[in-house]
Design a protein around this ligand. Structure first.
Ligand SMILES: [Zn+2]
Ligand SMILES: [Zn+2]
Length: 287
């Protein structure tokens, strides 16, 4: 697999108004999408967010969860995106996305769904959570046992005979070994479950291919958490699934500036380098 830095020269040759792009291994080229006319739709969306102060403005019964107040709280704002498309009859269709979850919710009326299999996610989540819970309990009881053995050993060192000291030392060592093992078990399990979660991202592109993010992510340093959850992949996946042809994409940030002061209210941003660019080449393929 090529390293992402190998394609810098291809990226510098892109048009200035390219808003999302990535390297496609199948074509050995960088596929991209420009802004097109999508900025107009992004400005409309901003105005609607400002006016309605919630994201479920398509429904008559607002849910408090969907209020945009949370975007001005401590954790900061969020990315939003619009994708201008045409359908098979030549009609313009504009898709909208919020990045990741909006205030703990993956789905909202009027917005594209996540790119992963949400039903599959809700099916495996309780099982994984209860296993992790069980492993955490195991770690806790191993820790208590190890602490007890340590106290016993210290007591034996002060007042016990040689045989008792030896016995207590052995017990203490075994207890600490068991503690380490229980921690390792939870670590290994969490890592393997991460792959299970990532495999729920079956991304569709415009050639009609559908592949797990595990197979298409163009980077060899591992897949960062949240890959596939940004607006660009959500929008492109939804367009591909619905037989729409994208024409232009715009992403903007809305709300309190982020902690690292890299994103500001109502400013426009490109598809991100760490999570999106390594999948966008695949996702844009076939356009
Ligand atoms: Zn991104
Ligand atoms: Zn391609």
């Amino acid at each position: 697999m090529k390293n992402i830095t190998d394609i810098d020269h291809l990226i510098t040759a892109l048009p200035k108004d390219a808003t999302c792009y990535g390297y496609c291994t199948a074509c050995d080229e960088v596929h991209y999408l420009t802004e097109g006319n999508s900025r107009k739709y992004a400005l409309e969306l901003m105005a609607e967010l400002e006016q309605n102060k919630r994201i479920d403005f398509h429904t008559p019964d607002p849910e408090p969860t969907f209020s945009t107040d949370c975007l001005w709280e401590k954790r900061g704002g969020q990315m939003f995106g619009v994708l201008e498309c045409v359908d098979a009859d030549g009609n313009t269709v504009v898709l909208r996305a919020f990045s990741g979850q909006f205030n703990t919710r993956w789905q909202a009326e009027g917005w594209v769904p996540p790119t992963f299999d949400l039903d599959g996610y809700y099916q495996i989540l309780p099982k994984i959570e209860s296993s992790v819970h069980q492993m955490t309990d195991d770690i806790e009881s191993c820790k208590q046992k190890a602490d007890q053995c340590k106290l016993k050993f210290e007591e034996a060192m002060r007042s016990g005979g040689r045989a008792a000291q030896k016995g207590c030392r052995r017990q203490m060592r075994e207890a600490f070994k068991a503690l380490e093992l229980s921690k390792k078990n939870r670590r290994t399990y969490s890592q393997s479950m991460m792959f299970v979660f990532q495999d729920l991202y079956q991304l569709q592109n415009f050639k009609g291919d559908q592949h797990s993010i595990l197979n298409v992510f163009y980077e060899d340093r591992g897949i960062p958490t949240g890959s596939g959850d940004c607006c660009a992949p959500k929008l492109l996946h939804a367009a591909a699934q619905n037989g729409l042809t994208p024409l232009g994409l715009t992403e903007f940030y809305f709300g309190k500036e982020n902690k690292s002061s890299t994103k500001y209210h109502k400013k426009f941003y490109l598809g991100c380098k760490n999570k999106c660019q390594p999948i966008l080449g695949y996702m844009l393929c076939g356009l």
